[in-house]
Design a protein around this ligand. Sequence first.
Ligand SMILES: Nc1nc(=O)c2c([nH]1)NC[C@@H]1CN(c3ccc(C(=O)N[C@@H](CCC(=O)O)C(=O)O)cc3)CN21
Ligand SMILES: O=c1ccn([C@H]2C[C@H](O)[C@@H](COP(=O)(O)O)O2)c(=O)[nH]1
Length: 283
Amino acid sequence: MQQYLDLCHRIVDEGVWVENERTGKRCLTVINADLTYDVAANEFPLVTTRKSFWKSAIAEIIGYLRGYDNAEDFRKLGTKTWDANANQNQVWLNNPYRKGEDDMGLVYGAIGRNFPKPDGGQIDLLRKIIDDLKAGKDDRGEILTFYHPGAFHMGCLRPCMYSHHFSLLGDTLYLNSTQRSCDVPLGLNFNMVQVYVLLALVAQITGHQPGQAYHKIVNAHIYEDQLALMRDVQLKRKPFASPQLKINPDIKTLEDIETWVTLDDFEVTGYECHEAIQYPFSV
Ligand SMILES: Nc1nc(=O)c2c([nH]1)NC[C@@H]1CN(c3ccc(C(=O)N[C@@H](CCC(=O)O)C(=O)O)cc3)CN21
Ligand SMILES: O=c1ccn([C@H]2C[C@H](O)[C@@H](COP(=O)(O)O)O2)c(=O)[nH]1
């Protein structure tokens, strides 16, 4: 949590204003931030200086792991966070590849679970990683990537957190996640939870101990219409201690995640937080 606040302060104090063409808004921006989450110690990186909707964040990552490409499927899991990008961005609404209401196109898991090969066919990158890790194997390329520049014109948004690289040292599993673009007031609340949960879940279903998750952010920004709330409200508050996350131990395989897992299989204890802040969202 302190590392989140440090990044917010750094943007407010040292950020540079950058025009963003896609949203038509300016962003106060810094380049490069490295966050670490201690999954071994169960220090769940949930923001406490405002109410954070952690169930929504977990729903997003489960949807990515399932390869969802539709905002309705995300809503059924328990999050509305893809509604705007699927249905309100004019450039995407005009895109001939959009298959209708709620379609997100080739994004996240729709790419990673079905990565097109130049010589034909597809690879399920997640299946390969899970099979390797379960067998105790780390080929130094256990990389789940959602990044396919040849498919950008077929999706509503380029993936932001686009690469998750797993590593085994003995019986301990590590994760390095990389994010190209980060909406710090809204997106990062979710992304910290997602990196943590991804390592915890993959360690659980492959039979390893979780170690640390390392989260690299390249472009970290606060939109101009979010700045006053961050600087004058959220950053004036004192954080509370980290809560803990419990994951249902009956989740044992990738198929479990794909078929029956719901948000009821996740429980957060000891979450003390300040009241919610409604940050503006840029589509
Ligand atoms: N501008 C922007 N920022 C993002 O963080 C973002 C995108 N676009 N587009 C794709 C996904 C969607 N994400 C989102 C979308 C909405 C919220 C949001 O509205 N959060 C509120 C309420 C969440 C809830 O009630 O479930 C929040 O207060 O955190 C968060 C992340 C993250 N991503
Ligand atoms: O998981 C996510 C998804 C999206 N974001 C933010 C980062 C940017 O503010 C926008 C995406 O805009 P681009 O123009 O494609 O960079 O969404 C996030 O923080 N986390």
